[in-house]
Design a binder for this molecule. Structure first.
Ligand code: FVH
Length: 293
């Protein structure tokens, strides 16, 4: 039947907030899921939903060809897989990793007779199993493995394969998370500025979100043109003007009693760019300064 999936089996190691959300969607879609968690009590609600609970990580790995990991960090993946027999397994690691961690796991997996795919989840747990929420997962590594399991991997959130280099999913993931971190810093500073003022926080929130969306489009378009070496046209907001404007941002922070600690690293980079002769350029020149060795 169109839209129906044949039931598949997989093992899932790690039942934190994200692992539990993943397990629930696979179970709800009718798949057979064997779960394991370091703290066994976290598996009980899933047992009630039909999951098989393994007594050890090695037992969970042995139970199915497809083994998904969603653990805290790279060290916890190492500890969890230390005693497991990986030969013949298809490992999918959804733990947030660095590109180098992911490549190292691809090499270790190959050395232990397994295929490997790394994943970077671009969603928070409530978005899992809710396609309209817009979450997705970057995958990189074995293209064969991805093709073999794409259907089941796409159940919790859209699966986007980004290449054979196992480090690419983590690179995409971390690049987006890093941009988010800068955005959160800006939002935190903006709310600190207005929180004690006579400002309607409901309408301010809407204004801020709309402004960030508009500016994100301007910024990524400029970065893309700069990286491709395309003509930027007239620079609407050059760095010399922005550095002069930063003084107003810093004075306002001081007047509102707000620490500027979240803003100053970026402002210092802009000042450096101007001092190095980039005052007529826009912000797209800054990435080059960050990567200059
Ligand atoms: N939750 C989120 O918003 C983000 C969204 C984007 C992707 N991240 C990444 O997903 C990985 C798991 O995150 P999580 O939200 O499930 O994290 P926790 O709820 O803190 O659960 C952590 C699980 O890891 C287990 N664990 C920790 N250390 C070890 C270890 N040494 N050996 C074995 N397992 C370990 C922990 O077990 P326990 O504490 O219950 O015994 C949990 O199962 C993560 O990479 C995020 O960056 C989530």
């Amino acid at each position: 039947e169109p839209g129906e999936h044949r039931p598949r089996s997989l093992s899932l190691l790690g039942l934190g907030a994200m692992g539990t959300a993943l397990a629930r969607t696979w179970l709800a879609a009718g798949h057979r899921v064997t779960v394991w968690n370091r703290t066994p009590a976290r598996a009980e609600p899933l047992r009630a939903l039909g999951a098989t609970v393994a007594g050890s990580a090695a037992e969970a790995v042995a139970a199915n060809d497809l083994v998904v990991l969603c653990l805290l960090d790279d060290a916890s993946v190492g500890e969890t897989l230390a005693g497991a027999q990986l030969a013949g397994r298809d490992l999918v690691n959804l733990t947030t990793s660095t590109p180098a961690d992911a490549r190292a796991w691809a090499a270790r997996a190959a050395g232990r007779g397994a295929r490997f795919l790394d994943g970077g989840i671009m969603a928070v747990p409530p978005m899992i199993g809710v396609p309209e929420a817009g979450g997705y997962v970057f995958y990189s590594g074995s293209a064969e493995l991805f093709a073999a399991h794409e259907e089941i991997l796409a159940v919790p959130a859209e699966a986007r394969y980004v290449g054979e280099d196992a480090g690419l999913a983590a690179l995409h993931d971390v690049a987006l998370l890093s941009a988010m971190s800068g955005m959160f810093a800006g939002i935190t500073h903006a709310f600190a500025l207005v929180r004690e003022a006579d400002v309607d926080l409901g309408s301010f929130s809407g204004l801020l979100a709309d402004w960030l969306v508009a500016m994100a489009r301007v910024a990524v378009t400029g970065e893309q043109k700069a990286e491709k070496g395309e003509d930027q046209g007239d620079v609407a907001s050059n760095l010399a003007m922005q550095v002069a404007g930063n003084v107003t941002l810093l004075r306002t922070a001081e007047q509102q009693g707000v620490s500027a600690e979240l803003l100053t690293p970026y402002m210092e980079l802009m000042e450096r760019a101007v001092a190095e002769g980039h005052g007529d350029s826009d912000g797209s020149v800054l990435a080059e300064l960050l990567t200059a060795h």
